[in-house]
Design a protein around this ligand. Structure first.
Ligand SMILES: Cc1cc2nc3c(=O)[nH]c(=O)nc-3n(C[C@H](O)[C@H](O)[C@H](O)COP(=O)(O)OP(=O)(O)OC[C@H]3O[C@@H](n4cnc5c(N)ncnc54)[C@H](O)[C@@H]3O)c2cc1C
Length: 432
């Protein structure tokens, strides 16, 4: 496998579709809308605005989908990083239902866009997603299934232990809920497909062009970037976990949180001693293991979260140990690549979609659930700018609450350790 050196060495970069480098910004430009950040939030916003006939410039500090959008697990499912129970507690049950429905639209947007644009490189797999629990509580699973249907119209199929054992040879798992509507894909190639369509419609993309500041005191707004300026009537900031301090109100409202993924060598028939399903798998832990089979016989395995943004040493070993703890049959499998990425989290764990007091639109804080929710954000912000659609206000209960920097980071890390102890306790009980 060869990979594009411009991207970190991930499975996706090793299987990337043609990705011609876009030029850097050089000089001054006037446009209607400038979108900052070419992750899936920025790309979807830019594409939807171009589809509405607007002139749009998309400015990216590195390469298209260089951040979380081009290196994630590739699971596309409904819902948010925040549990729907917590959403309902803050916003009320009807509001929560409207937000859940939007999250389903996000899934269908991605599926529909891949089909409409004929994005074969996006490698969509309709094998669904299976959530498994590592403790023995059948009733809890059934209650969760019933509540999902009653409260949100979501159909999940209960998988008892014997059914799970036919698919996954691990003593760690007990029961599961299968989501047939969820799917898997190649997020980097999907992002490149969106960028190509955006350009076909007349949009301009600049790579290797970091935005240093936005002068928002006057109209039009002025985006100051490496190499030049973009003057625009509207500016959308979509920089995810990579948002810098130049966007003070926005960066203060999120915590960058790292998570990790690895790719094994091709495992041939050995794989089927462990995993005999094409469904993507995630477990119930607070920082879940999430994994799926790619290329027929490789495992793409993800896990861990941390507020330390530096990549840990011996990352591949750490993920390998996690995998072998679940599937001892895979002992000795070689890890070919391991990487990290930054997600952005608000303390309320919901996306932050809206307009700041200084007139900038923002779309951030998608957490570990960005593949559907960035599609929601892109459509809502584009609809607001192009057609006055005010559905983005559904996210108003989830504002730019401050995370208090180091204090917030310590809080999240402490919560992570607390939940790890809870998970351990729950699983220990299950084993007795
Ligand atoms: C390892 C990993 C696994 C994950 N797995 C899943 C999964 O399976 N399913 C799921 O739904 N979600 C998953 N997520 C979460 C999901 O990837 C993110 O929520 C989503 O990609 C966020 O998109 P974004 O556009 O907000 O940010 P990003 O994709 O991070 O994009 C932000 C972009 O802004 C650019 N930028 C930053 N600052 C500037 C600047 N000053 N000027 C110009 N450009 C700038 C960055 O270079 C970057 O390209 C995962 C995340 C990670 C890291």
């Amino acid at each position: 496998m060869a990979w594009s050196m411009a991207y970190p060495d991930t499975y996706y970069a090793r299987t990337i579709a043609p990705a011609p480098e876009r030029t850097k910004l050089d000089g001054g430009l006037r446009t209607e809308i400038c979108v900052v950040g070419a992750g899936l939030a920025g790309l979807t916003t830019a594409l939807e605005l171009a589809r509405a006939g607007r002139t749009v410039v998309l400015v990216e500090a590195d390469r298209i989908a260089w951040g979380a959008s081009g290196r994630n697990g590739g699971f596309v499912s409904s819902g948010y990083a925040c549990s729907m129970a917590s959403v309902a507690a803050r916003a009320g049950p009807d509001h929560a239902r409207a937000l859940f429905d939007l999250s389903v639209d996000g899934v269908e947007y991605v599926r529909g866009t891949i089909a409409a644009l004929g994005l074969a490189d996006a490698q969509i797999s309709e094998a669904g997603c299976l959530g498994v629990i590592r403790y023995d509580d059948r009733d809890a699973m059934l209650r969760q299934r019933d509540a999902a249907l009653a409260d949100y119209g979501e159909t999940l199929e209960y998988w008892p232990q014997d059914r799970i054992a036919r698919s996954l040879s691990s003593t760690c798992y007990h029961h599961g809920l299968f989501d047939a509507r969820a799917f898997q894909f190649h997020p980097l190639n999907y992002a490149l497909g969106l960028a190509a369509e955006f350009e076909r419609l007349g949009g301009l993309v600049f790579e290797k062009t970091a935005v240093r500041s936005v002068e928002s005191g006057t109209r039009p707004l002025k985006v100051i970037a490496d190499g030049g300026t973009v003057t625009a009537d509207h500016v959308v900031i979509a920089c995810g976990g990579y948002t810098g301090p130049q966007f003070k109100t926005l960066s203060r409202a999120i915590l960058p949180v790292a998570t990790y993924v690895m790719l094994t060598e091709p495992l041939g028939d050995r794989l089927h001693e462990a995993i005999r399903t094409e469904a993507a798998i995630f477990d119930d832990r607070w920082a879940a293991d999430y994994y799926r089979v790619v290329d027929g016989d490789r495992v793409l395995w993800g896990g861990h979260i941390t507020t330390a943004t530096r990549e840990p040493r011996r990352l591949a070993d750490r993920l390998y140990r996690d995998m072998v703890a679940v599937y001892p049959q895979l002992e000795g499998a070689r890890v070919e690549a391991a990487w990290s990425g930054l997600m952005s989290y608000a303390l309320h764990r919901m996306p932050q979609i809206g307009r700041s007091p200084d007139g900038l639109w923002y779309a951030q804080a998608f957490g570990g659930h960005g593949m559907n929710t960035t599609a929601v954000a892109g459509q809502l912000i584009a609809g607001a700018i192009a057609a006055g659609d005010d559905r983005w206000r559904l996210f108003e209960p989830f504002g730019l609450d401050r995370t208090w920097g180091g204090l917030g980071r310590t809080g999240v890390q402490a919560t992570y350790w607390t939940y790890r102890v809870r998970d351990w306790w729950q699983e220990r009980g299950a084993g007795q």
